[in-house]
Design a protein around this ligand. Sequence first.
Ligand code: ADP
Length: 293
Amino acid sequence: MLIIRDLSKTYANGVKALHKINLELEPGMFGLLGPNGAGKSSLMRTLATLQEPDEGTAMLDDLDMLADKDKLRRVLGYLPQDFGVYPKLSPLLMLDHFAMLKGVVNKGERRELVDSLLHQVNLYDVRKKSVDTFSGGMKQRFGIAQALIGDPRLIIVDEPTAGLDPSERNRFHNLLAEIGENVVVILSTHIVDDVTDLCSSMAIMGSGEILLTGKPRDVIERIRGSVWSKQIQRSELGDYQKNHRVILSHLKEGHTVIHVLSDNQPDGFQAQEANLEDVYFATLINHGISVSL
Ligand code: ADP
């Protein structure tokens, strides 16, 4: 179990990126949702020991992650948003190198591990091609392969599916779903569907704070019966926002449809089955975080 207590971080420019973050994460997939600038990457980088918090602790079972960085790094798999520049090296060579860094010193053992990872992420056929020629989806699968080296107990995946096409995204999701049950996997994203599809537990972050935590099913249950929808003219949106708590607007067959929150059925609206997107936007709006509709 991963227990985060009172984690705070203010950057040198005065931006308060994390404000007393408290979270308890069981093994399994944990989704961290939040808009750009919420502080997700700051939290991920802190847990990956790439930056220091100002205060707070993070314990992975009995391992004090932030104090015992070397020990943590041995059991951490980290897939950043972007590796930046990809070298002109094959996945075979790179995974072999990463495995060595993670302490797999026996050559035969390393060869076996790398081959099995390449098969697992379906890159075996291109194992000798240069990683910098890979598509976005292939690069992400390579990223997962390097994050899986050495039986990690904690895997951190930062905004993994941005820029992937639907089939690549699907393949990537299937890979994440295969990760062992005893591993804590944190998936940071602003794509609500990724959390709905994959995560047994989740949190919504905004302005450096945790705004809501729970199981997707439970947090949806909390707003069941209070979401209503209506098809409107786009030009009427401003008026509706004045008179209702509009949580989202989307296009359906070319028409604008809005969702509003209300204890009672507003005139002209129909009952709407709540989903995680409703929970997400309602939470942000309830905390005064502006969302563009
Ligand atoms: P998210 O990943 O949710 O988009 P970030 O953690 O990247 O959020 O950013 C949170 C806030 O901290 C933003 O206002 C961002 O501009 C700021 N920030 C992030 N990294 C730095 C940094 N190295 N120095 C100064 N400000 C930063």
